[in-house]
Ligand binder design. Sequence first.
Ligand SMILES: [Zn+2]
Length: 270
Amino acid sequence: MPELPEMEHYKLLLLQKLRGKTVSNVEVNREKSINVVPEVFLNNVKGHQIINIERKAKHLLFYLDNGHVLLLHLMLGGWMFYGKDEDKPDRTIQIQLSFGNEHLYFIGLRLGFLHIYNSKADVEKELAGLGPEPLSPNFTFTEFMALIEKRRGRLKTKLVDQQFLSGIGNCYSDEICFHAGTIPKRELNELSSSENKQLFESIHHVLKDALKHGGYMENPLFKGDTLTGGYNNLCKVYDREGESCLRCGSKIIKEMISSRKTFYCLNCQK
Ligand SMILES: [Zn+2]
């Protein structure tokens, strides 16, 4: 499932492609992916300009010139492609937004969705329960410590908890723990102050590094896009069960923590 770096990366690329462009047509092939009847969706989107795109947690928000907002969550298996008809991936398209002869294709939306809200206030209400954005300048070490003091639970479970912090999922929680040198099943409130400091730094380092390398999505966003997915080969522990740790050579372990796949190095992480 795409996490903060993937969605932030998508946002930056889509802003370049779509800001100021008018949606010339809308095709909804899977009604379950939207939250209103297709006719209402079409009436509120077609003919309207995309004035801005923001990311909140693992969502993208597309702001339209009529005040409506499209809220995208790709969930597991969802991805996007932007291009002309002839470049369209050979996949089932759940939703297509057209901009003249170029289109934004939404693919693999099974649990994922593209919902429409009447206003920014409505979508903000929907997302009100989300925790702080880890890369926001407002997210300081003091705020991080205040969050930790309020919560109990294992490191892995808390890092992926969207009410604790926004945008971290299965992959980056493991990468952050590896970078911090901490075993993900440790209890959050039992970490020492130096371990907390390191964890805070590792959250920033790993997310920024992943964003710089285009995240881990497998498919390019458009023809000739060589940046998207650059982090796929840079994961140090995630999905590397039985492979050698890149730091010490020990075998990477996979363990279920609160029914989530978790990968770590027992030698490098304490
Ligand atoms: Zn190791």
